[in-house]
Design a protein around this ligand. Sequence first.
Ligand code: PXP
Length: 250
Amino acid sequence: MTDYAGRLRLGVNIDHVATLRNARGGNLPDPVRAAQLAEAAGADGITAHLREDRRHIIDSDIDRLMETLRVPLNFEMAATEEMQKIALRHKPHAVCIVPEKREERTTEGGLEVAREENKLAGYIAPLREAGCRVSIFIGADERQIAAAHRIGAQVIELHTGAYCDAHAEGDFETRDRELEMMREMSAYAHSLGLEVHAGHGLNYDTVAPVAAFPEVVELNIGHFLIGESVFRGLEPAIAEMRRLMDAARA
Ligand code: PXP
């Protein structure tokens, strides 16, 4: 048995519970309560992205998540000085470095690692020393993955957005090409000793082929699950995703 053949982990991203809260101001719905329900529904971790503009998760959410979570927190952040300080104060289980543009609606692409290698190597070193597992959100691109490995990241998270978008648009040629690239790059990253995660835009229709990659050990899924929970409740929405992931793995 290979070292990566265990149960595929599901990280539930709760950002969009905070989006809903912030639409009205005030405290409801509470993303920390969503995290607790996600834990109860079988989430293996919670993901939260503290954006520079605090459009969804805010600093006090991170404080409360760190105080109350029983599963690991995957703290997504841009490579800024401010975020590094916050991460070093909390020392979450994992830190996922993502590119961030103010004008984007969501994280549109993977991080440009190769061009910023020295800077990023220096940036992540203290995070690693503090005990955080450092992950880089990245496109399925050999050059970027090799650079992520060189800078000392322990994990890469493959950006599944282009694959999911192509599926939604019915462009199955592009979808299958994206999937094939992710398949090859998961194997490549694993061969370098990197742990491989994947996420962005995944839903019930798109999760299985990615969940079936043997090297992928964690999927991070948010927007779809929070939307689906409006119709069937958060716990059943997560349980169904869990079922599809396990079925794809089997
Ligand atoms: N992984 C990373 C690195 C992300 O930035 C996001 C979005 O915040 C996700 C996973 C989850 O994406 P989605 O909300 O589209 O499921």
